[in-house]
Design a protein around this ligand. Structure first.
Ligand code: PMP
Length: 418
């Protein structure tokens, strides 16, 4: 064990105890691969604003906000209030609720390519539904996605995350429009849809280069395939989503995370004629879900989306830039190779001199692992892979505190033998 790891274990005996109890009843003691890490993940006890507390009583600045979904931080008072009022009147029923219409209307109003919306309970389900729509619409079976893209935990895209093609899945390199055009020219007659993240999330916050999304979109249309944009993470990048920021008009869009205000959520939005296939009265698909568009999720989602204004999006981006620059300076001060990808309020850290291309295969794995544990030892909480997301409740003072704590974490990593 490294000194950093020893310190982590010394500080968190109650989390260690919870890890043992969890291992007895869940494989690997966990239920969520992305948040898992060695020696064991923390057990958290509560969150407030930009902070979380673990079961050993330590406070952490939360720089990940449940993987970007808590855009207004934890227990945001207007969301707590709407959840309290809503839950007192019942949590779900087998009929519409007003908040569902309101959230759908808000998304239709904000996102230019979205005529109609269909709710699901996760981003994974949204991806499954969009692929299903594409298959019914085109009569084709296969999908084309970016190597190392992530569209939830489901069979047809899961292999793509680790860089392998599957029976229903073709891959091409993110950012390389010709590679997508080639794949479409070669297999176009089999491809129902092209599925892309405008900014690769799991692969390290890699933004689409200029012209890439529009070129792939045009190639997909030429071959009669749908162009689907996964905005589960990126919707936070502009009032009209990443598609507004990067200037592309998809046929279908996947939503998740922030549109549920912290509760489980997903949605597919897009062209009238495509969404019409899910119309229960006239459509050809049977699309249901006990908790689709439920009162709690949609009420919280309305507050979350409505309060994400252009001014707040810009303020989060400025703070993300300040944090990136401060972290780069802190790494330089200890002479450590370090780089950061940034897209708006999203960052991904790398312990290499320059950011790698979109990939989940890291050459800096051990250093990243040590820095992640060291950062927790100094009261910072973020994704093990180095993903960081700003929230609207992070102030300049919070960013200053993050930098002081990060400096201590860099010093600990620099002090460890290789
Ligand atoms: N697409 C992207 C781009 C994501 O980042 C995620 C989740 N991190 C998903 C889809 C899946 O969403 P969920 O975890 O809600 O199923």
């Amino acid at each position: 064990m490294t000194r950093i790891e020893e310190e982590f274990c010394r500080r968190t005996p109650r989390s260690a105890e919870r890890a043992r109890a969890a291992e007895a009843v869940m494989p690997g003691g966990d239920t969520r691969a992305a948040a898992h890490h060695t020696p064991y993940p923390l057990t958290l006890e509560h969150g407030q604003g930009p902070f979380v507390w673990d079961v050993d009583g330590h406070r952490y600045i939360d720089l990940i906000g449940n993987y970007t979904s808590l855009v207004h931080g934890h227990a945001y008072p207007p969301i707590v209030e709407v959840l309290r009022a809503t839950s007192a009147r019942g949590t779900a029923w087998a009929a519409r609720c007003d908040a569902q219409i309101e959230l759908a209307a808000l998304l239709v109003e904000r996102v230019a390519s979205v005529d109609k919306i269909r709710f699901t309970n996760s981003g994974t389900e949204a991806a499954m539904l969009a692929m299903h729509i594409a298959r019914v619409a085109t009569g084709r079976r296969k999908i084309l996605m970016a190597r190392y893209g992530y569209h939830g935990s489901q069979e047809d895209t899961e292999l793509g995350l680790v860089g392998q093609e599957g029976p229903n899945t073709y891959l091409a390199e993110f950012g390389n429009a010709e590679a997508f055009e080639r794949a479409l020219a070669e297999h176009g007659s089999e491809i129902a849809c092209v599925l892309l993240e405008p900014v690769m999330g799991s692969a390290g916050i890699v933004a689409a280069p200029p012209g890439f999304l529009a070129a792939v979109c045009a190639a997909a249309r030429r071959e009669g395939a749908l162009f689907i944009l996964d905005e589960v993470i990126c919707f936070r990048l502009a009032v009209g989503g990443a598609q507004e920021r990067y200037g592309v008009t998809p046929d279908l869009t996947l939503f998740g995370k922030i549109i549920g205000g912290g509760l489980p959520v997903g949605a597919v939005g897009g062209r009238e004629d495509l969404l019409a296939m899910t119309d229960p009265a006239k459509g050809m698909m049977f699309v249901s879900g006990t908790f689709n568009g439920n009162p709690l999720t949609t009420a919280a989602g309305v507050v979350s989306v409505r309060e994400l204004t252009a001014a707040r999006i810009a303020a989060m981006e400025d703070r993300a830039t300040a944090l990136r620059v401060g972290l780069e300076q802190a790494a330089a001060a200890v002479g450590m190779p370090f780089s950061v990808n940034q897209a708006g309020s999203l960052l991904n850290l790398f312990f290499t001199a320059t950011c790698p291309p979109a990939t989940i295969v890291r050459t800096d794995y051990e250093r990243m692992r040590r820095f992640h544990l060291a950062a927790m030892n100094h009261g910072l909480f973020f994704a093990p892979r180095g993903l960081i997301a700003m929230s609207t409740v992070m102030t300049d003072a919070v960013i200053d505190e993050v930098l002081v704590r990060a400096q201590a974490a860099f010093a600990d990593v620099a002090a460890e033998p290789e």
